[in-house]
Design a binder for this molecule. Structure first.
Ligand code: NAD
Length: 251
């Protein structure tokens, strides 16, 4: 029993965890397991970290979310997914004038195209099973707020909001719910590594001054709790909705 009992889930960017600090994906895998998910397919490019997920209800899959053929094969192997959490994303942190075509394309491939690919492969089975919940990871740095050195990142995350709303519209009568999560800076392992980047002097300002409205960064577990709600039937009247979780960051 639990809030997700009976549900088969898939989470991308599922592996990251350093000591006791999980990434958002991994914290969400743990929340889904705690609430009784039958199975969680944990997708990540990092095989070593993925091996740290040892529950017998976890299926580990080493996969790059840019790999369309790999995603097709995964969907064939797991035709019974009820909850798809597209969490994977990278943070490109340079000004537009210093950004290459390759960096622009890769940001959109990892942050946006991956969601298109996962949705295209997993939706048909969800529809034939009578419904499902898709959760897409955006950010407060998107159409919600402009952040210094995050214009490319913000463009990808704004695109995620547009993708989610359009998809929600297209499949609202199929029982598919599709929502988007927009956190302010979260104290995840990847955020920790970014904040030590000496070039990113503004980050300290962002994280410690602006988030002072609530006095601290978000915890990955707090974002995971929101994803848990969106994955569960408790959120049955939400679709196409933008869930900002920011401790006052966008005030
Ligand atoms: P994290 O610390 O969990 O690390 C990201 C994980 O993604 C790693 O395990 C990495 O191996 C995996 N990954 C990276 N590229 C991949 C690829 N191509 N294919 C498969 N897996 C890949 O990261 P996080 O900070 O928790 O961020 C997760 C998501 O949340 C991202 O989409 C990010 O943009 C978003 N987000 C993060 C913050 C923040 O401050 N941390 C704020 C808002 C939104």
């Amino acid at each position: 029993t639990g809030r997700l009992s009976g549900k088969h889930c898939l989470v991308t960017a599922a592996a990251q965890g350093v000591m006791l600090v999980a990434g958002i994906g991994r914290a969400t895998v743990e929340a889904f397991l705690r609430e009784g998910a039958v199975l969680v397919v944990a997708v990540d490019i990092n095989a070593q970290k993925l091996n740290e997920l040892t529950s017998d209800r976890v299926v580990r899959r080493v996969l790059d979310v840019r790999d369309g053929e790999g995603i097709k094969a995964l969907a064939r192997d797991h035709p019974d997914i009820d909850v798809l959490f597209n969490c994977a994303g990278i943070v490109h942190q340079r000004p537009l004038l210093e950004t290459t075509d390759q960096e622009w394309n890769n940001s959109f491939d990892v942050n946006v195209k991956s969601m298109f690919l996962f949705c295209r492969e997993f939706l048909p089975k969800m529809i034939s099973r009578g419904g499902g919940s898709i959760i897409n990871m955006s950010s407060a740095a998107s159409s919600l707020r402009g952040i210094d050195r995050r214009c490319v990142y913000g463009a990808t995350k704004a695109a995620v909001i547009g993708l989610t709303k359009g998809l929600a519209m297209e499949h609202v009568r199929d029982g598919i719910r599709c929502n988007v999560v927009c956190p302010s800076p979260v104290a995840s392992p990847s955020f920790g590594s970014r904040s030590t980047d000496p070039e990113d002097s503004d980050l300290e300002h962002i994280s410690f001054m602006e988030n002072k409205r609530i006095g601290r960064l978000a915890k990955p577990e707090e974002v995971a709790n929101l994803c848990l709600y969106l994955a569960s039937d408790e959120s049955s009247y939400h679709t196409g909705n933008v869930f900002v979780i920011d401790g006052g960051f966008t005030l």
